[in-house]
Design a protein around this ligand. Structure first.
Ligand SMILES: Nc1ncnc2c1ncn2[C@@H]1O[C@H](COP(=O)(O)OP(=O)(O)OP(=O)(O)O)[C@@H](O)[C@H]1O
Length: 318
């Protein structure tokens, strides 16, 4: 299967001002590589602050990178300039977490959905209104709702508008950044089912950012686990959930309540907080919280090594 998205050694850092004119760099994403096959979903999971959102926004060039390569559908996306970038933006769209704040409250729903077509110019002007109507139907909204403003919709309906807007340019890659986290559980299920149906019907590829492992289990083909800006484990869904190798992944999974009695996993608690991201430790970044730590873990940073064909782990004990 061919990769639609191939990310190599992506790094993203933010300048943090400290005291008199002193700037430190926070590496939110540190030398991260991954691929997503066409028509598949790669989820990125990890606790708050691990760099999931920054990595995804870096892929879409919505935050500046400080190194690396992003190949999107055969194009060197980070190297594109002005006009080529504007056109290429049609290929990657984002669905944001908060359907309340991500829609312009002063625009009618039809104008919100139409906006990416106008700014990227993907369709002749005369065809855009028809395309908006088609998108409304595709995401399960009624034609008369096109004239309404965002506050006249429920949270789930607003997220449907966000999805219609993301589909407007016929993208190949959609980044779902905590796309259902702000919704209640019943509505979450409807939106997740809609995303899966659209993926199947339109051949979409998803980069799915979530801290909710239940949702991730439902959506993913592959999963990357991030900790402090690094991918610590990368695997297909079954391997990750049935045979997690990194102690951090084991701890994340053991915290998920399971109705499956046969999955009798001992609860593994992660003590303490992550270290200061402005001053990451030498060696493994998880060492200070790892229940299995050894002296060697504090010396060299573990590389992401293959344990099987579909499974990579950055832990010297894996
Ligand atoms: N614009 C910014 N300026 C400075 N630091 C930032 C900026 N954006 C993110 N960070 C920092 O980068 C790190 C990664 O943040 P990011 O939002 O990518 O994490 P996350 O895993 O998506 O967490 P969450 O689920 O809470 O959004 C954090 O330490 C965060 O404070």
């Amino acid at each position: 299967m061919s990769a639609l998205l191939d990310v190599e050694n992506l790094s993203i850092r933010f300048p943090i001002k400290r005291g008199w004119g002193k700037t430190s760099w926070l590496y939110a994403v540190d030398d991260v590589s991954f691929q997503v096959n066409r028509g598949e979903t790669l989820s990125i999971v990890g606790e708050s602050g691990s760099g999931k959102t920054t990595a995804a926004l870096g892929v879409a060039r919505l935050v500046p990178n400080s190194g690396g390569k992003v190949d999107l559908a055969g194009e060197d996306f980070l190297a594109l300039e002005a006009e080529d970038l504007r056109k290429a933006r049609a290929k990657v769209q984002v669905i944001f977490q908060d359907p309340y704040s991500s829609l312009n409250p002063r625009l009618r729903a039809e104008a919100i959905v139409r906006e990416p077509m106008d700014s990227i110019g993907t369709l002749p002007v005369a065809e855009r209104a028809g395309r908006v109507a088609e998108l409304f139907e595709q995401v399960g909204l009624r034609p008369e709702q096109m004239k309404l403003f965002p506050h006249q919709f429920s949270g789930g309906q607003r997220q449907r508008i966000g999805i219609a807007r993301a589909l407007a340019t016929n993208p190949e890659l959609i980044i779902c950044d905590e796309a259902v986290s702000a919704l209640d559980v019943a509505v979450q299920a409807q939106i997740l089912n809609l995303l899966r149906r659209l993926q199947r019907d339109l051949g979409l590829t998803y980069l799915f950012i979530s801290h909710d492992l239940g949702v991730v289990q439902h959506m993913s083909d592959h999963i990357a686990v991030m900790y402090m800006g690094k991918i610590v484990e990368y695997a297909d869904r079954l391997s990750l959930f049935n045979d997690p190798r990194h102690p951090y992944t084991k701890a994340l999974l053991s915290a998920v309540p399971s109705v499956d009695q046969s999955r009798n996993v001992d609860r593994l608690l992660i003590p303490g907080d992550p270290p200061d991201p402005l001053n990451p430790p030498e060696g493994c970044r998880f060492a200070s919280r790892c229940p299995f730590v050894e002296d060697a873990c504090r010396v060299d940073q573990p590389q992401l090594n293959a344990v099987t064909d579909q499974h990579k782990v950055a832990c010297i004990k894996a």
